[in-house]
Design a protein around this ligand. Structure first.
Ligand code: G3P
Ligand code: CA
Length: 367
């Protein structure tokens, strides 16, 4: 196994030097970053250290150096936006242990997929507030179970209020990076995400181009509508996966990421948020492969690139950067992030923001 210095050399890549990248059969000179600071985005807060999407998780993210905190947004029955990764809440709250809500368990189809559990849109905010957050992956993050039962499900309004307090306390700008989750699904329930999101941002004076806000979505039509119909003025970011496409969209994510697709996206968005394997894919043996053209092509279209999700545990790392055999143990996450940062990405989503901040410092250091 390569040692750390070897890995960092493999990652190439002296700070500021042009990086020769090659998609398969297609060498390319990486476009320089679009300028500005490379952003560390606290993915679901500091979800490596606290149950995700809790005020405690967001606060820790900011206090450990994140530039942005990231609430995923869904709606309650009474049309209030709350921070959860999906409408189903059995995986991240104690709702299953609450006899008063046992009858709410049911099966629904979310974006064509049948899901059984408890759903935010079957609960009023007051009911949801009686629940407590729990760790999603206790088998990986046993230490986070220490906090099970302590924290509520926060509203978007509470997250924005926390952001303002953290800016004051820390003496620096903390941005917010909300994601609309399943916007078509919620619209069809009569609980559109766009109206309360734009209203909440307006109330806080954040509906402007230079606000410390990015709004992101896996549905391009949702972003286009936020831009064209709702007159949302903050920068927008289109999220993509390595396979498939947005719900009920004739275009695949791969088609959106062609040079022509990126130029069209640039009409109403400011960036893309790809799965990290779309920036550096893995080989069949699980090791890191050769960077693709995505960063260069997106930069050429005037778009930022902020991939997800960087996590410190072995099971999320490329094979050559794992340490030992325990999938839940930490591997060489710093090395992975430095390698990605040196492709010219403009930011990264990470569950451990302190590691992202350190990786950014290392990536900028002379080789
Ligand atoms: O929003 C970036 C990243 O969070 C997208 O993935 O599934 O964690 O929301 P997900
Ligand atoms: Ca997200």
């Amino acid at each position: 196994m390569a040692d750390r210095r070897q890995v960092l050399r493999l990652g190439a890549i002296a700070a500021g030097a042009p990086v020769v990248l090659g998609a398969v059969g297609s060498p390319v000179e990486a476009a320089p970053r679009r300028g500005g600071r490379t952003l560390v985005i606290g993915h679901r807060g500091a979800s490596g250290y606290r149950p995700e999407h809790t005020l405690a998780s967001y606060e820790l993210a900011a206090r450990t150096g994140a530039d942005f905190i990231e609430p995923d947004l869904v709606a309650t029955k009474d049309h209030v936006l709350v921070a959860r990764h999906e409408p189903e809440i059995g995986g991240t709250t104690d709702v299953a242990s609450r006899p008063e809500f046992a009858s709410r368990r049911r099966t629904v189809v979310v974006d064509g997929v049948s899901v059984t559990g408890w759903f935010t849109h079957d609960f009023t905010l007051a009911e949801l507030k009686t629940l407590r957050a729990t760790e999603r992956i206790p088998e990986v993050r046993q230490h986070n179970t220490l906090y099970d039962g302590l924290f509520q499900v926060p509203t978007l309004s509470e997250v924005l209020e926390l952001r303002e307090r953290l800016c004051r306390d820390l003496g620096r700008e903390i941005g917010v990076y909300p994601e609309t989750k399943h916007p078509t699904y919620f619209r069809r329930l009569g609980l559109d995400l766009e109206t309360p999101l734009v209203a909440a941002l307006r109330r806080r004076g954040l509906n402007r181009r230079d606000a410390p806000v990015f709004v992101q979505s896996f549905e391009a039509t949702n972003l286009r509508s936020l831009h064209d119909d709702y007159r949302l003025r903050v920068p927008l970011v289109f999220l993509t996966s390595a396979t498939g496409g947005p719900f009920e969209d004739p275009l695949s994510y791969a088609e959106y990421l062609t040079p022509a697709g990126l130029r069209e996206l640039a009409r109403y968005t400011d960036g893309v948020g790809p799965e990290k394997g779309q920036v550096i894919p893995r080989e069949a043996d699980g090791t890191l492969g050769t960077p693709t053209r995505l960063v260069a092509d997106a930069h050429a279209a005037g778009l930022r690139v902020m991939p997800y999700t960087f996590r410190a545990e072995n099971q999320f790392l490329p094979a050559e950067l794992r340490t030992g055999t325990d999938p839940a143990a930490y591997g060489r996450a710093l090395d992975e992030q430095v390698i990605f940062l040196r492709t010219g990405i403009d930011g990264l989503f990470t569950d451990q923001p302190d590691i992202g901040v350190l990786a950014r410092d290392l990536a900028l250091a002379p080789a």
